[in-house]
Design a protein around this ligand. Structure first.
Ligand code: SAM
Length: 220
């Protein structure tokens, strides 16, 4: 059974999509999408040999080799010209790594109309990247599973203008203000307060002053 996290990612894949799941590990997500007749065809990309082999094994075991191509490749290099990929999923990595993958081969996004991104941390850099590169948030989800809090960002082509606060917190998530959202940011505030009080005792170098200002700004 798929995790609630990946099931939520899957719920945003349009029916009939041709998807590329980058950093697919066991290829659980592409297998689920094909088995449930959500995606028409899928590519599972992996840059590390161990997970790549797990993906190959999984796809074989589920009898899906005609529908899922497993490729050992760095990021979007897994996508080939003839694939006609229209949807990309990247889940279970930090926001900065997700952005670096998207920035490395921007031409691979040419025919892509939807990105479903699940950063484990620093979703903000993804919103910043999206705003700069003409992607707009169609939806956002925050969820908790096994004591971890995850965010899922669903992007489609379009303009958006987010404030500094919306970039950090997520426009949709801010409006919705779910219990998980409150929990996440309460946790962040507690951590920042801890850092702040440890800075109180620190020497006032420009770095310390800047950090203190930044934290005060964030929690005010
Ligand atoms: N996507 C799955 C999920 O959400 O459960 C697996 C997440 S796993 C924590 C991250 C995977 O991304 C690892 O298997 C890692 O090898 C792969 N990865 C990291 N950087 C990558 C890159 N540049 N290209 C392809 N895969 C990458």
């Amino acid at each position: 059974k798929l995790s609630k996290r990946l099931e939520t990612v899957a719920s945003f894949v349009p029916t009939g999509a041709v998807i590329a799941d980058i950093g697919s590990d066991h290829a659980y997500l592409p297998c689920y999408l094909i088995n449930n007749k959500i995606a028409k065809k899928a590519i599972a990309g992996e840059v590390v040999k161990g997970p790549f082999e797990s993906a190959v094994r999984q796809v074989r075991e589920e009898g899906l080799i005609h529908k899922i191509s497993v490729r050992l490749a760095d990021g979007l290099e897994a996508i080939e010209d003839g694939d006609k990929v229209d949807t990309i999923t990247i889940a279970g990595m930090g926001g900065p790594l997700i952005v670096s993958i998207l920035e490395k081969q921007p031409e691979a996004l040419k025919n892509v109309t939807r990105l479903i991104l699940q950063p484990n941390i620093h979703a903000k850099v993804i919103r910043e990247w999206a705003m700069k590169n003409n992607w707009a948030l169609l939806d956002e989800v925050i969820l908790e599973e096994d004591a971890k809090i995850y965010e899922i960002l669903v992007l489609q082509r379009g303009e958006m203008n987010l404030t500094e606060q919306e970039l950090l917190l997520g426009k949709h998530l801010m409006n919705e203000k779910s219990d998980v959202f409150i929990k996440k940011w309460q946790r962040e505030i507690d951590n920042l307060k801890r850092v702040l009080s440890s800075l109180e005792g620190a020497e006032s170098t420009p770095d310390v002053v800047a950090k203190r200002e930044e934290i005060l700004h964030l929690i005010s």
